[in-house]
Ligand binder design. Sequence first.
Ligand code: CDP
Ligand code: MG
Length: 139
Amino acid sequence: MERTLSIVKPDGIQKHLIGEVIKRFQDHGLKVIGLKMISMDKKEAEGFYAVHRGKPFYGSLTTFMSSGPSVVMVLEGEGAISKTRELMGATDPKQAKEGTLRRQFATNIEKNVVHGSDAPETAAFEIQYFFNALEIFEY
Ligand code: CDP
Ligand code: MG
């Protein structure tokens, strides 16, 4: 079983989409095995998005991600990484397929409601960034 990390980003929280995002994942066979509300500071957002350091959007992205609370979750399921990304849709909501979370709810390419890990190695890094072993549950 594969695991991935997803985040309802600060814009998703403001838009009251916590339940909508979790329901979408659960309805498609993903199991929530870790879940919490957090508020990243700028440094924590910079560490989380370290792979994007140096890109033009890095400063604005990390300011946005530290602008308010987020909900972080660990999802488990067959093909959890690609399934989560399929349900999210493309980074830019204008490119995202009809019916995806980002197409439906995102404001723009930055404020795009939801995060999902993009590979097994990034999923492992991102899960341990927010969760310790006692915060992840088998059921
Ligand atoms: O989140 P995803 O994996 O789809 O995209 P990314 O390329 O890993 O970028 C991470 C995040 O940076 C995006 O989800 C956007 O919030 C933001 N971003 C942006 O503001 N402008 C861009 N041109 C690309 C990404
Ligand atoms: Mg990414």
